[in-house]
Design a protein around this ligand. Structure first.
Ligand code: HEM
Length: 490
């Protein structure tokens, strides 16, 4: 009886403490607009499911037209939708730690580069940066070519066969690419297409996103009693079993020669980023968390980037014609010659198209930072522990910076049209110290894959289809990204 009483009193005190904290925040942050929060629940009731994240946040933004405060439970966060606030957060050398939602990734990614903080992040970033040197990236082009050739063969089965969702095809291709280029192993996901790994990544992202919107799932102790936790355990055993097998496989062929010693091996030998980790004699657990991080960050993001770009090209045949013209010039009309690193550098118009697609459909539409110490901004003192959520999807549609923001117009990225744009108005790869380490890899991969598809197929739209955007760690479309394919004479 006494134990029950103590538990009830403790819980009540905890709830009162949370509520008092919320009141304190409301006073401190009074100058920022936002929907009125309820005690303890905050604005959670606005989001009945993760399907509501995009429509609700767009509705809120439309009523306010500036960065706003939203309460997920009693905790406030500043939803950053304007370049000035984005600059305050991203250019900071102190606001570099991730918000508490990233803890939901810990069971899967541990504290790898994406989720780690402080000194651990600094030393890992230093360790991994050489793996993305352009001389190393150059060696990956033949992997991009090989895997996009397989994708083209798969897509030939869809020619003149009506609408189909392009995303699952591309996701298997980008999974093959990250495994072979970065991990040094071939898993042939495209050939054995029922990849439980790909399905598990999707499920894990869904579980993590849902946790951010549910009070019971937010609290780790309570989360353990939910069905989602049981589901997470199953999914994690698939995900971690998969990466453990990659590590084992690469370890068995690792020669022990360091990156420096291997510089004599020339372009023919690739050094997978996993080799770098093995070279440093890190523990198996450390290697696994970095491998999982790269597998996650490195395949779903590029899959979204490529798929949304193909979707935009289907909807904008005039733009597609211009890209194909550029490719005809680069390849002198040769459909099957493999792309070189130099060719990819020359695809300037395609790069503008990819950038415009990532403006409207940023593969990572939302990411957050936490303040480790209080900071002044715009006359307000933002308290320690405060979360700033960079809402890239809305930032990229800010009409003050991108007039007629819903219009797909790659010319926005002509040098003369971008030079006066505020530096933090366009940040698909984030910016500042914790920007995306894989961005040059990603751009090369996207160009290699999209250009190969366009040399082989004409991409047609599905009339009246509009993507229903959803945020599941990466940007997805609930109703798919359907396109139609016709053979192209190049
Ligand atoms: C179109 C493709 C991609 C996009 C849009 C993208 C975007 C981003 C963004 C926005 C962040 C910051 C996330 C945050 O602060 O929470 C990030 C971080 C990161 N990305 Fe990417 N990414 C892409 C591809 C890749 C690829 C191909 C790799 C690896 C090969 C990669 C590896 C990483 C890693 C390891 C981090 C964490 C960096 C750190 O905190 O130091 N990404 N990415």
């Amino acid at each position: 009886m006494l134990v029950v009483l103590i538990t009830i009193v403790t819980l009540c005190l905890y709830v009162i403490l949370l509520w008092m904290n919320q009141m304190k925040y409301r006073k401190q942050l009074a100058q920022f607009p936002g929907p009125k929060p309820l005690p303890l629940l905050g604005n959670l009731l606005l989001f009945k499911s993760i399907a509501d994240i995009v429509p609700v946040s767009i509705r809120v933004w439309k009523g306010i037209q500036q960065s706003f405060i939203i309460y997920l439970g009693p905790q406030p966060r500043l939803v950053v939708c304007d370049p000035k606030t984005a600059e305050f957060v991203l250019s900071s050398t102190t606001i570099i730690d991730k918000s508490y939602e990233y803890n939901f990734f810990h069971d899967w990614l541990g504290t790898g580069l994406l989720t780690s903080t402080g000194q651990k992040w600094k030393s890992r970033r230093k360790l991994l940066t050489p793996a993305f040197h352009f001389q190393i990236l150059e060696k990956y082009v033949d992997v991009f070519n090989k895997q996009s050739n397989i994708l083209v063969e798969k897509l030939k089965e869809r020619v003149d066969a009506g609408p189909f969702d392009i995303f699952p095809y591309v996701a298997l291709c980008t999974l093959d690419i990250i495994c072979e280029a970065a991990m040094g192993v071939q898993i042939n996901a495209q050939k054995n297409s029922t990849s439980s790994y790909v399905l598990s990544v999707k499920e894990m992202c869904r579980i993590i996103t849902e946790r951010a919107l549910s009070v019971t799932k937010m609290i780790h102790f309570l989360y353990k009693f939910t069905w989602a936790y049981q589901q997470q355990r199953k999914v994690l055993s698939i995900l971690q079993g998969f990466t453990n097998s990659i590590i084992r496989s690469r370890k068995s062929t690792f020669t022990g020669r360091t990156l420096h010693e291997r510089s004599d091996e020339g372009l023919s030998k690739r050094v997978a980023f996993l080799d770098l980790l093995l070279e440093y004699n890190l523990s198996d657990e450390t290697v696994r968390e970095e491998v999982d991080t790269f597998m996650f960050e490195g395949h779903d993001t590029t899959a979204a980037g490529i798929s949304f770009t193909l979707y935009c090209l289907a909807k904008h045949p005039d733009v597609q014609v211009q890209v194909v013209e550029e490719l005809r010039t680069i390849f002198s009309g040769d459909k099957s010659r493999e792309s070189t690193y130099q060719d990819l550098q020359e695809m300037k118009y395609l790069e503008m198209v990819i950038k415009e697609s990532m403006r409207l459909y940023p593969p990572v539409p939302l990411f957050s930072r936490i303040l480790n110490e209080s900071a002044s901004f715009n006359g307000a003192l933002l308290p320690q522990g405060f979360v700033c959520a960079l809402y890239v999807l809305q930032l990229h549609r800010n009409p003050d910076i991108f007039p007629d923001p819903e219009k797909f117009d790659p010319d926005r990225f002509l040098p003369e049209n971008s030079k006066s744009r505020p530096p933090y108005a366009y940040v698909p790869f984030s910016a500042g110290l914790r920007n995306c380490i894989g961005q040059r890899f990603a751009i090369l991969e996207m160009k290699a894959t999209i250009s190969k598809i366009l040399r082989n197929f004409e991409i047609l739209p599905v009339p009246d289809h509009e993507p229903q955007l959803s945020i599941e760690a990466i940007l997805k479309s609930y109703n798919g990204l359907p396109i139609v394919l016709k053979a192209r004479s190049f």
